[in-house]
Design a protein around this ligand. Structure first.
Ligand SMILES: N[C@@H](CCC(=O)N[C@@H](CS)C(=O)NCC(=O)O)C(=O)O
Length: 214
């Protein structure tokens, strides 16, 4: 029983879940899934996520997949522990919903393509496709212009405290930080300050330490 996170610290979606667990200061077990042998496409993993992707999550009898649904569950079911991560009422709740959608539908698709080209392809000895990088750099610049004006008004994306809307960005921000695309973040003062702040959170630093051990 207890919380089990099935995944690996080199998966962005797994890192998102680990960030939420650490922010809530929960005890958990990280159960590695061997992607190289295709363990994620077979039983017993496929019973946890029928789409055969990491992460999967268990809390007692509850089994979940999709990292953003998992971070939401962790935040709502552990009120009063660690960082709040949510707003349940009013304008802040509405803005939280908006910025969680923005992360999933505007930020993540672009950053995932850039991560594949600039981070993962190198790990697998594959060549970067510069045309794909250029196209997605231009898209990311436009997305970050919107973030810059938002973050000029509020310290964090939903309001003035750190929430899931910020947390869900952490893996993508971390991956971009080590690439040439980082300049797009640095060029925008509010975006740059936000990145620096959230990437330095003690919970995230602990998650990154797991990645180094792996
Ligand atoms: N939308 C899913 C995406 C999960 C995902 O893309 N997982 C990747 C690792 S980060 C994976 O399992 N890749 C192997 C595969 O798709 O076969 C989530 O947020 O949990």
């Amino acid at each position: 029983m207890g919380i089990k996170v099935h995944g690996i610290p080199h998966s962005g979606a797994t890192l998102r879940v680990l960030a939420a667990v650490q922010e809530k200061e929960l005890h958990y077990e990280l159960i590695p899934v061997d992607l190289r042998s295709g363990a994620h496409k077979q039983e017993p993993f496929i019973s946890l996520n029928p789409f055969g992707q990491i992460p999967a999550f268990e809390d007692g009898d509850l089994k979940l997949f999709e990292s953003r649904a998992i971070t939401k569950y962790i935040a709502y079911s552990n009120e009063g522990k660690g960082t709040s991560l949510i707003y349940k009422e009013g304008r802040e709740m509405a803005d939280l919903a908006v910025w969680m959608e923005v992360e999933a539908h505007q930020f993540d698709p672009v950053v995932s393509k850039l991560s594949w080209e600039l981070v993962y392809k190198g790990m697998f000895g594959m060549e970067t496709d510069n045309a794909v990088v250029e196209e997605n750099e231009a898209k990311l610049a436009k997305v970050l212009d919107v973030y810059e004006s938002r973050l000029a008004k509020t310290k964090y994306l939903a309001a003035d405290s750190f929430t899931l809307a910020d947390l869900n960005h952490l893996p993508g921000l971390q991956y971009m930080k080590g690439t040439k695309v980082n300049r797009l973040f640095d060029e925008r003062p509010h975006v740059s300050a936000w990145c620096k702040d959230i990437l330095a959170r003690p919970a995230w630093v602990k998650v990154m330490a797991l990645q180094k051990q792996d």
